[in-house]
Design a protein around this ligand. Structure first.
Ligand SMILES: *[C@@H]1O[C@H](CO)[C@@H](O)[C@H](O)[C@H]1NC(C)=O
Ligand SMILES: *[C@@H]1O[C@H](CO)[C@@H](O)[C@H](O)[C@H]1NC(C)=O
Ligand SMILES: *[C@@H]1O[C@H](CO)[C@@H](O)[C@H](O)[C@H]1NC(C)=O
Ligand SMILES: *[C@@H]1O[C@H](CO)[C@@H](O)[C@H](O)[C@H]1NC(C)=O
Length: 207
């Protein structure tokens, strides 16, 4: 037989039952850890994100974990190559149970084996216009040509950029606009074009 709980205890249980707990932190580097925090009622998902940038021998990695609105949260991975050793790699996972965004998140690996496609490429850090396109041989799963400009804000770091090259995106939804990736990470896309690549051999069959 179900014994009725005192009303105050019942409402306390319902209140804690409806609010999610997520780990919250952000930091340069390949990991971060922070306290579990109670999410706002609108934030029904926990997110964990790693973004890795490489320009020649300079590399920069940023990790963030937070609560996020479910409409903004999508588990996805995204890789872009603009030139030899000029890359951007993003992995983001979303989940909805207490503390589910703890632990590490891996930078997506990209095979360096040419896949038979090529894209126009260029890279300008701190500028919005990319000029002097050069053909780039695509590798691994990167089989789309992307031309993108905008600003990536990670905590107090702001990276304006214009770039073009080979890409792989697991969800294919890159649109101009402001997208919140996590609590301290905002991607502002001012221009984006996605085109099919061309065959390196000159035959025009599309992937
Ligand atoms: C490519 O980047 C990695 C990581 O920063 C570095 O260790 C390596 O030396 C770079 N290779 C070239 C050819 O620049
Ligand atoms: C991430 O990328 C791989 C290919 O590298 C793909 O097979 C996988 O489905 C992607 N994962 C998600 C969650 O989109
Ligand atoms: C993204 O990170 C998760 C957690 O570490 C890992 O399981 C997954 O394989 C990563 N995705 C890619 C494409 O590397
Ligand atoms: C960002 O802020 C952190 C702490 O507030 C500080 O340690 C770091 O130096 C800052 N980074 C930049 C690039 O200003």
């Amino acid at each position: 037989m179900w014994a009725p709980l005192p009303l105050c205890l019942l409402s306390a249980l319902l209140a804690t039952g409806s609010a999610l707990l997520c780990e919250v932190c952000d930091s340069e580097g390949e990991s971060c850890s922070g306290p579990l925090q109670l999410c706002a009622p609108s934030e029904g998902t926990c997110v964990k994100l790693i973004a890795a940038f490489n320009v020649g021998t300079n590399s920069f990695t940023y990790t963030a974990k937070s609560c996020l609105e479910p409409a903004n949260c999508k588990t996805e991975n995204f890789t872009l190559t603009y030139g030899k050793n000029i890359t951007r790699r993003v992995n983001r996972t979303c989940c909805d149970t207490d503390g589910c965004n703890s632990g590490s998140i891996r930078v997506p690996a990209v095979s360096l084996v040419p896949n038979g496609w090529q894209c126009p490429s260029c890279y300008v850090l701190g500028a919005y216009l990319c000029k002097n396109m050069k053909p780039l041989l695509c590798t691994g799963a990167e089989n789309q040509c992307i031309d993108i400009a905008g600003t990536l804000i990670m905590g107090n770091i702001t990276l304006p950029k214009a770039s073009a090259g080979c890409s792989f995106h697991s969800s294919n939804v890159l649109r101009p606009g402001v997208k919140k990736y996590a609590q301290f990470v905002v991607n502002v896309v001012t221009r984006v074009k996605v085109n099919p690549p061309t065959r390196t051999g000159g035959d025009n069959k599309k992937p």
